[in-house]
Ligand binder design. Structure first.
Ligand SMILES: [Zn+2]
Length: 228
């Protein structure tokens, strides 16, 4: 996650007090409805170009979030907090101004990334990342520890860990069964992205791991992605 998007997301996060950040992470729907935001679960969310996740935010006349319902899942929590980010963007003149300085398409993409970063910061708080890392650089086991210690999904935790890589690199969730990348989050300074479903050479180190449950995580520091 770029430092720029993460910094704008932090401006949204500080609009909430500690108790509010904890409450929205613990029970997003309850929190949002308590703040006058209408929340509408849908069993079949129509595809939308408005949002990069499983929900959509309508600012008015009554703020309304519609989302694909997967009750109790970390994915659903991420979607709701992401949509809450859109709500907060419209109440923060500095963030709005930064996004309006970009052209329409770039501004829309940037807002999506800011809302993703905001959801990550809320669901995987800084203090939990700090506790898990204990002053060390990220290693693969930290990813599972972070999932256990937070409300974030595996991917959200990978994004937060990648922010702490000491060099250009990636936190990768590999799928050795299909010999491909499940998800890869670059460090803030990494110049290249590693796309989902990127096929890996048969002897790639990520393919010869013996994960206990089909998915394995490995931290890859330095080097250009996708070259086996
Ligand atoms: Zn969005």
């Amino acid at each position: 996650m770029s430092n720029r998007y993460a910094a704008l997301a932090r401006q949204l996060a500080v609009m909430l007090c500690d108790e509010e950040r904890t409450a929205v992470a613990a029970a997003p729907r309850t929190f949002l409805e308590g703040h006058g935001i209408r929340v509408t679960p849908l069993s079949d969310l129509p595809s939308s170009e408005l949002c990069a996740c499983d929900g959509v935010f309508f600012p008015g006349p009554i703020p309304n979030i519609a989302y694909a319902s997967t009750p109790g899942s970390r994915r659903e929590s991420f979607t709701l907090v992401h949509e809450f980010g859109h709500y907060l963007v419209r109440r923060n003149d500095e963030v709005l101004s930064a996004l309006h300085d970009l052209d329409d398409d770039a501004g829309r993409i940037a807002e999506e990334r800011v809302c993703h970063a905001f959801a990550g910061q809320i669901l995987v708080p800084d203090q939990v990342v700090t506790q898990v890392l204990e002053g060390k650089h990220p290693e693969a086991h930290h990813l599972r520890q972070l999932v256990a210690a937070s409300s974030g999904s595996l991917e959200a935790c990978a994004v937060r860990l990648a922010e702490h890589l000491p060099a250009n690199g990636y936190v990768v969730i590999a799928n050795p069964v299909h010999r491909c990348i499940g998800f890869a989050s670059p460090s803030p300074t990494a110049a290249y992205r590693w796309g989902r479903h990127t096929l890996l050479p048969r002897q790639h180190p990520l393919c010869v791991l013996t994960p206990p449950d089909g998915f394995a995580a490995r931290v890859r520091s330095s080097g250009r992605p996708g070259r086996g």
